[in-house]
Design a binder for this molecule. Structure first.
Ligand SMILES: NC(=O)c1ccc[n+]([C@@H]2O[C@H](COP(=O)([O-])OP(=O)(O)OC[C@H]3O[C@@H](n4cnc5c(N)ncnc54)[C@H](O)[C@@H]3O)[C@@H](O)[C@H]2O)c1
Length: 262
């Protein structure tokens, strides 16, 4: 049995992940963490009745936890400190939270390597998104003109999405830096052309009702290719999270991207 702690359990993804851990035959939920929590045990919440695992509202209180794996669905401002704490305390992180800088990820990777702790940061746990990124990288070899549109619910804190940044990074591995569009183009409204990653433009849409969606558009002389994925329900991310929880301790470094452990 993998002993699991869920950070951010009061949020949308943390709640779904807590249910997944409880329902999984090979996992045991040993604690949940959220600074918004006021209850002492999870079972005080009607939807978790009978699940009397400890609730933590301060990270320092978790030091005595016996957890093997730390699932993190929190916020861009807290994820770095949380993951650092988990690694320092010998707990393998499985991180879905987006918004960390490259420097923060590098530091955490160094720390995990020094402590020989396996971990995974996945900007997207959905299989459709992982495949979209792989297909987009393949297509970019033949179509270097590309724009990315990502669409999310309007409570999302970071923009562009971690998946969009990761898609751009993967494309950049096979595409020479290239400024797209007319060199003379001018924005008459600031931001009209979106964010710029090595000349690729990324556009972020935020609307109620959406969950997580991405389109990668390739254009060439007389033809175009569009690749799209849609995550309609947060439960779609859970098979990826479960695979990560099951396998993460087999590694001794902090990996980035679900594709590395599938
Ligand atoms: N990787 C993926 O597949 C995937 C999928 C969906 C969302 N996400 C990401 O997951 C994160 C959470 O998304 P959400 O929609 O559940 O957000 P949310 O706002 O619903 O929940 C975040 C929760 O984290 C809690 N929190 C804040 N600081 C904390 C801390 N220091 N320690 C523990 N908990 C803390 C908040 O109180 C809140 O309950 C976001 O970064 C989002 O982009 C990733």
């Amino acid at each position: 049995m993998k002993k699991v702690i869920v950070a951010g359990f009061k949020g949308r993804m943390g709640n779904t992940a807590s249910h997944m851990v409880i329902d999984h035959k090979d996992f045991e939920l040993v604690g949940v963490f959220d600074p918004r929590a006021t209850e002492k045990t999870l079972g005080e919440n009607l939807e978790f009745k009978g699940i009397d695992v400890p609730v933590y509202s301060k990270v320092a209180d978790i030091a005595s936890s016996t957890a093997d794996v730390w699932i993190d669905f929190t916020s861009p401002t807290s994820v770095y400190e949380n993951v650092k704490f988990a690694i320092e305390n010998g707990i393998s992180p499985v991180v879905g939270t987006t918004g960390m800088t490259d420097e923060q990820v590098n530091e955490l990777q160094k720390l995990a390597k020094a402590k020989k702790i396996g971990g995974l940061i996945a900007p997207n746990f959905g299989i459709s998104a992982v495949l979209l990124m792989q297909f987009a990288q393949q297509a970019a070899k033949y179509f270097p003109n590309v724009e990315i549109i990502e669409m999310h619910h309007d409570n999302k804190l970071d923009a562009p999405s971690g998946t969009a940044i990761n898609t751009a990074k993967l494309i950049a591995e096979v595409r020479a830096p290239k400024q797209q569009g007319n060199p003379q183009e001018k924005e008459t409204l600031a931001g009209a052309r979106g964010a710029n990653y090595e000349g690729m433009h990324i556009h972020s849409v935020r609307l109620p009702g959406y969950v997580a969606h991405e389109q990668v558009l390739f254009g060439s002389e007389g033809e175009a290719l569009t690749i799209r994925q849609d995550s309609f329900d947060r439960s779609s991310f859970m098979s990826g999270v479960a695979v990560a929880v099951a396998k993460v301790q087999d590694y001794d470094e902090l990996l980035v991207g679900l594709e590395h452990i599938l």
